[in-house]
Design a protein around this ligand. Structure first.
Ligand code: HEC
Ligand code: HEC
Length: 213
């Protein structure tokens, strides 16, 4: 009796687990409910549409709709000083890997999916090399490739210049950023910033929170 009950439980759990894997997005590793509590302080910057970094001045990046996997990777890079940004280093240093997963699940919300439509405006020539990873419309084709569509153009320019200068140390992006001329950096940043579907600023007044589905 106990044995068959055990068998029954195990097989039901297996079914639940299989269904979970089948329907869950990549962000499912994180708990968005816990992430909302942990990420409360982050919204002081990432929850305000017009918030700017100062010295130099550029917009704080949008995170809603971003790939959760990429958010975790970025946080680890700030923590490990692969990205030089003092404030983000300080924040990321307080977080465990699990905290990062949970915050990423919350911040990302429903990750934006490519709509497959025509690009908004004529793509500048330099965008051709970026599409293999970031998609023609700026929606990263895999969780490790950040979505750029609808991101603040001034932030995208800052990021590209930081890969060029080595303020961001990243083996994949360094050569691509190095190829771009200053005017191309502006063109590609403005191109990706106007693409749809757009990343959004995480809403601070968000009350209802459901697990990612
Ligand atoms: C004082 C304002 C501020 C606070 C608070 C803050 N951030 Fe940031 N965050 C920034 C700025 C500015 C950047 C861009 C840094 C750069 O240029 O690399 C950034 C970058 C990021 C990125 C990288 C985004 C991308 O597209 O690569 C992530 C992820 C992130 N922050 C998450 C968080 C989390 C999680 C918290 C809370 C634990 C947090 N931030 C708290 C200002 C802030
Ligand atoms: C082979 C894949 C690949 C190609 C091609 C590529 N990227 Fe990237 N890109 C990445 C990865 C991976 C990252 C994340 C790097 C990191 O962790 O900092 C990234 C990050 C970025 C970021 C920072 C986003 C953020 O939210 O901080 C920008 C901007 C960017 N890429 C623009 C471009 C542009 C413009 C091109 C074309 C000239 C390009 N990329 C080509 C893989 C690629």
């Amino acid at each position: 009796m106990v044995r068959s009950l055990h068998k029954f439980l195990v097989s039901s759990l297996a079914l639940v687990a299989a269904g979970f894997l089948f329907t869950a997005p990549a962000s499912a590793a994180g708990d968005p409910v816990r992430g909302k509590t942990l990420g409360y302080t982050c919204l002081g910057c990432h929850g305000i549409e017009t918030y700017k970094n100062v010295y130099p001045t550029y917009s704080v990046p949008k995170l809603r709709g971003q790939h959760a996997e990429y958010i975790v990777a970025a946080l680890k890079e700030y923590r490990d000083s692969q990205r030089g940004h003092a404030t983000m280093h300080a924040h990321a240093s307080t977080l465990s890997d699990q905290d990062m997963q949970d915050i990423a699940a919350y911040m990302a919300g429903g990750e934006v999916k490519t709509a497959g439509g025509a690009p908004v405006g004529k793509p500048p020539a330099a965008v051709a090399t970026c599409q293999a990873c970031h998609g023609q419309d700026g929606v990263g084709i895999m969780g490790m490739y950040p979505t750029l569509s609808g991101q603040h153009a001034d932030y995208l320019m800052q990021a590209l210049n930081d890969y060029r200068k080595g303020v961001r140390k990243n083996a994949i992006m360094a050569p691509f950023a190095a190829q771009l001329k200053p005017e191309e950096i502006k063109e590609v940043a403005e191109y990706f910033a106007r693409q749809k579907p757009s990343l959004l600023t995480v809403p601070t007044k968000e009350k209802v929170l459901t697990a990612a589905k």
